[in-house]
Design a protein around this ligand. Structure first.
Ligand SMILES: NC(=O)c1ccc[n+]([C@@H]2O[C@H](COP(=O)([O-])OP(=O)(O)OC[C@H]3O[C@@H](n4cnc5c(N)ncnc54)[C@H](O)[C@@H]3O)[C@@H](O)[C@H]2O)c1
Length: 327
């Protein structure tokens, strides 16, 4: 796998998905450079990778690092939709301009493939479920718009300069190592409340709101396979399984062995829609999701322990709107 490459740059490599990806690349024996705004850790959890502290908005620094890379995974982003509503300029500059910087640097360098990690948020509220890659893109929060802007730049650089770019659209990623202050995916949020014996706060309708929860190890599997894809292609990256919020809570109850107390926040209806990946396209590259939701929740329960840190981030769709009550 990835035999063609030795030098690999991972932007956002210190983040939740990035760390898992870097660990997998190191296991494959690759030379990995991490570009992240976070300071390198004194005892790096990812020994073998070189970690450069830099801001993706700094075009000169990005160019310096991207120059030598043969393969680039671009993950650095504001990954929090609520923050994008509160501060859309910050979100756009990080996600859209940051992606432009990576593309411009890759164009000038020796890159053989660039994998842009976009997001299922580009679809907005899907009209059909499961949602395939041809579905219209109509994001409804600034985050979706900034990720889509990144995609459009990728497509334009492919068309104008033959830059070999592949776009991946992960759905709702969960697993070990998420930052509870930023992460908005329901799996670890609900589990953290349940483990602390707090009510699980459900934004939207328990039964009508569904998501495609995909384990981070399967996302990494998909990102590594993206190299096999022809340049210019876009791929959904999910489990292909539809799970309602009630079904997720039932899995959490089963794994933790106790009934959950549920606090519904029905007045916020923006979050009630079905979001499920059609994964036919990436399956043709050899992708096969391996971790079931129950198995993933079981692993995460062990990792989090009895009293994990509570989720802090709020779910915000409009300025001034606050979804969460005191937990
Ligand atoms: N987690 C999900 O469910 C999910 C779903 C779809 C898409 N994504 C995308 O996957 C990618 C990784 O997400 P994640 O969940 O690991 O988020 P994360 O916040 O854990 O990781 C993002 C990383 O990017 C770094 N970063 C942010 N701004 C930066 C900047 N200006 N300069 C340099 N580094 C910067 C952060 O320090 C962090 O380490 C993002 O592009 C996100 O949009 C995530």
């Amino acid at each position: 796998m990835l035999e063609r490459y030795t030098r690999i740059l991972v932007t956002g490599g210190a983040g939740f998905i990035g760390r898992h990806l870097v660990a997998a690349l190191l296991e494959l024996g690759k030379q990995v450079v991490i570009l992240d705004q976070l300071a390198p850790e004194p005892e790096p959890a990812l020994p073998g990778a070189s970690w450069v502290r830099a801001d993706i908005r700094d075009a000169a620094k990005v160019a310096e690092l991207a120059n030598a890379a043969e393969l680039i995974f671009h993950l650095a982003a504001n990954a929090n939709g609520s923050r994008s509503v509160v501060d859309p300029r910050f979100d756009f500059e990080t996600n859209a301009v940051g992606t432009f910087n990576v593309l411009e640097a890759a164009k000038a360098g020796e890159v053989k493939k660039l994998v842009y990690v976009s997001s299922a948020s580009v679809y907005g509220r899907p009209e059909r479920s499961p949602t395939d890659e041809e579905h219209p893109t109509r994001p409804f929060v600034p985050y979706g718009a900034s990720k889509l802007s990144g995609e459009l730049c990728c497509r334009a650089f492919f068309a104008a300069y033959d830059l070999p770019v592949v776009i991946a659209r992960p759905f709702c990623v969960y697993g070990p190592g998420e930052n509870p202050e930023l992460a908005l995916v329901e799996v670890s949020r609900y589990l953290r409340w349940q483990l602390n014996r707090r009510p699980i706060q459900v934004v939207g309708d328990l039964d009508c709101k569904t998501r495609d929860f995909v384990h981070v190890s399967d996302v990494v599997q998909g990102l590594l396979l993206a190299d096999r894809a022809p340049a210019g292609e876009v791929f959904n990256l999910g489990s292909g399984q539809e799970t309602s919020m009630r079904e997720l809570i039932e899995v959490i109850e089963l794994v933790t062995g106790r009934r959950a107390s549920i606090q519904e926040i029905k007045e916020i209806s923006e979050d009630t829609y079905r979001l499920v990946a059609d994964i036919t396209k990436i399956k043709a590259l050899g992708y096969l999701p391996k971790v079931s939701l129950e198995e993933g929740v079981r692993q995460l329960t062990e990792e989090l322990g009895e009293h994990p840190e509570l989720p802090a981030g709020e779910t915000i769709f409009r300025k001034g709107q606050r979804a969460e009550r005191a937990g």
